[in-house]
Write a protein that binds this ligand. Sequence first.
Ligand code: NAD
Length: 508
Amino acid sequence: MEKVMEKALEALGLSDTNSGGFAGAWTGSGKLQTVVSPIHGEALASVTNVTPQEFDAILAKCHQAFASWKLVPAPKRGEVVKAIGDELRRNKQALAGLVSLEMGKTLREGLGEVQEMIDICDFAVGLSRQLYGLTMPSERRMHRLQEQWHPLGVVGIITAFNFPVAVWSWNTAIALVCGDTVLWKPSSKTPLTAIACTKIAEKVLRDFGFDPAICSLAIGRGSDIGDLINTDPRVALLSYTGSVPGGRHVGKLVQERFGRHILELGGNGAVIVSDKADLDIAVRSIYFGAIGTSGQRCTTTRRVIVHESVLGTFRERLLELYRKTPIGDPRDGKNLMGPLVDPAAVATMLAAIESVKAEGGKILFGGEKLPNPGGCYITPCIAEVSGNLSIVKEETFAPVLYLMSYRTIEEAIALQNGVTQGLSSAIITNDQREGELFLSVAGSDCGIANVNTGTSGAEIGGAFGGEKETGGGRESGSDAWKAYMRRQTSAINFSGTVELAQGITLEM
Ligand code: NAD
């Protein structure tokens, strides 16, 4: 297959053949992998995977780098993260172009993804001066009780294909200011963007005179390199983003060695559309939530639960938008939807549509494969269903939207919560009582619950993650940083005598 050397690759320092391992020096003598773009089905470049022996050496260097990095004052570590953010600003267009080229999201979404990386760097710079511990009153006289936070070690970062660069940055920016080093294993579907990001971090670390192994990389299959990360005690924290079955496997292995993990797994986002909703807001936010990234976001809107009195109007207005969805080359600004990530994803979507029909659902629109080269283009689908059918309970990672109706708000909330995943949810309503109910303990059971905005497009300022089979992990903003550090509680006695807690005496 002939390779297409695109400008974005050159701008980011990639070449025709690239090494897939980094820990201060580039290595990789394992399997040669050709990366094919879903946009046109043509080869972009090749990547050599790392062997298990090379992985071991990479992890050893990353672990070694922790010994000195943890001693660097946190605000100084923040300066490094600030410079990474600046480098991302300079490379925003090229990196967004490569994201689009490698996994197929629209260029405007690629630009948004890189912006998210810049935003989390800015957040982390501020955080580097705010890694606060608490002090508490001691129950003992002339004693002080305090908590402080120390760096943890190597953070393993395993990422999914759909946010090939942002998830690395959410973890890396926070881990670096916390004094940890990182070892990244990206999805095998998106190794080029991972190499580009690692080169950016490498340049900055070298400019500052720090060991570039602080940001290491190991590209390889999940079943070999992934499992080495899961089982190696040198990886203090594993932040894993991927499917529920993948997370179940990873979680068990990390737990077995008493490692720590952050699991960011699959979602099954739903939006409730009330009879008191502003339908303009409902239609627009659900449309973007369902077709954005071609339905391949963990926060994608997959289910819409509409009050029966507005179902007819809502259905027609949404179908109107679906019918005119511009689909094609995602780098062309006029298109709102690009390809799915690979032909297998298209086949999965078609199989799900067959299951919907077999379970009595009605296909209202879409699910037609388009003849574009590469075989990854398909029209987004809307299916009307009678509730959470078994196929509806599954996360089909493609643009299939299930429409269902409700009578009472309690019934709608039960439908929203009636799946095993618990990532993102929303209600569109102008009734404050309904909105508050949705956010209350009797409302959504998800990690994200929005009012009058859709399920996708989370901001970095909040902690991101979900409940139930979504894994319970949190990353990005708020106090998610605490997972990247170890907490130490200290009692300091300045009384000159020994006094035991709980009033226990040493009298003899
Ligand atoms: P996937 O589960 O196929 O792969 C995710 C990662 O796991 C890849 O890097 C893969 O190589 C790796 N992996 C595979 N086997 C492994 C093993 N034995 N040990 C360690 N790692 C292994 O997921 P995908 O298709 O790339 O991405 C889609 C999934 O990710 C969806 O379920 C989506 O909802 C989820 N996702 C979740 C979030 C979130 O924040 N909750 C964000 C993005 C994607």
